[in-house]
Design a protein around this ligand. Structure first.
Ligand code: PHE
Length: 347
């Protein structure tokens, strides 16, 4: 009986060694180890054996199956290796060809500016607070001391999502409602910036876009003065545009600050001499700012006798345009890869 098994192994070894394809290999697999194989067929002899003979016989069957299994596995591996080599050899791969460039994603110029503002302000102890793009008119206007008949509430200027309702919903026209949200939630001392999108019903032109980006700043504590506002904006501007840059505060009006100012920066292109960037004035308007109006404190329940605060808002798109000499705001929204590629490494 042992000889019979040896003979099968011998036969299998020769056949398996000569196998050329996976198809042939599969056929051999079922021929030598499948249900109807010669070896499995031997099991029928088991019934005619004595109990003493059976284990030795069973072991012989298993050993044979195992040995043939090993041969089949080796053959399979060999076929796989051949296959791989054949593919490599037959492919017309030119190893001397230069590789395709791997395009690295870059940050959008608006992101670069926003991150720079955040870095500077965080280094001065500010925290970043997120506002909402869709606001109610209470937070966008009323709580910011904006009169009911203020022109900015006009349908022609503001995008309303829900109008003529108990509570009007709109796309915020500035980032200032974030101030209110923060003051409603937290007690002074407060020191936050809130960057984000704002929306106004403006037609696209080289300097206007119906969606644009602002960064709001708010500080509330005991004894905050206009000088703190000036110093803070001065540090931010110097970090953004270089040590030599100067700032200038001009009186202005905002319903939610008193006194209010517009802040100009000395033109970093011509250092104040006059050029096309600053329209020959030597100055560029960048910020709206002022001391938080007591009425605003009343709306959010902060004691205006005890606390004072300042707020400011700047246009991120405008800063990006000036910093990177971008002549048209629309370029910031078109996502033309040729335009965006230029900012990949500029930080
Ligand atoms: N929200 C004002 C604007 O959009 C800017 C501003 C912010 C002014 C904070 C004063 C204080 O023009």
């Amino acid at each position: 009986m042992k000889d019979k098994f040896q003979e099968i192994i011998k036969k299998a070894t020769i056949d398996i060694e000569n196998v050329q394809s996976f198809h042939e290999l599969n056929n051999l697999k079922s021929r030598f180890t499948g249900k109807k194989s010669e070896i499995k067929d031997f099991m029928k002899y088991l019934s005619s054996m004595t109990p003493e003979e059976r284990p030795a016989f069973g072991k012989m069957v298993n050993d044979t199956l195992e040995e043939i299994g090993k041969l089949l596995e080796e053959a399979e591996q060999r076929l796989q290796e051949n296959d791989y080599e054949k593919t490599i050899k037959s492919s017309q791969f030119d190893y001397t060809m230069p590789g395709r460039p791997v395009l690295r994603g870059g940050k959008h110029p608006l992101t670069l500016v926003q991150e720079q503002i955040e870095d500077v302000m965080i280094s001065m102890g500010f925290q970043v607070a997120e506002g909402f793009d869709i606001e109610d008119d209470y937070h966008n206007f009323d709580a910011l001391n904006t009169p009911k008949d203020h022109p900015s509430r006009n349908l022609a200027d503001t995008f309303y999502v829900v109008k003529n309702h108990d509570e009007d919903l709109l796309l915020r026209t500035h980032t200032s409602p974030a101030q209110i949200r923060v003051m409603e939630k937290y007690k002074p001392p407060i020191k936050i910036i809130s960057p984000g999108r704002a929306y106004r019903n403006d037609k696209f032109d080289p300097t206007h876009s119906p969606v644009f980006h602002q960064c709001e700043g708010l500080v509330v504590d005991e004894g905050i003065s206009f000088k703190d506002l000036r110093d803070t904006i001065d540090i931010l501007l110097k970090k953004m545009f270089g040590k030599g840059c100067k700032s200038r505060f001009r009186p202005h009006f905002f319903p939610f600050t008193e006194p209010s100012a517009e802040v100009d920066v000395s033109c970093f292109n011509c250092a104040g001499k006059g050029c096309s960037t600053c329209k020959n004035s030597g100055w560029i308007e960048l910020f709206g700012a002022g001391m938080v109006h007591p009425n605003v404190f009343d709306m959010v329940g902060i004691d205006s006798e005890k606390y004072t605060g300042f707020a400011f808002g700047c246009g991120i798109d405008r800063i990006a345009m000036l910093k990177f000499h971008i002549p048209d705001i629309r370029m910031l929204f078109e996502n033309d890869i040729r335009f965006l590629q230029q900012f990949t490494f500029s930080r």
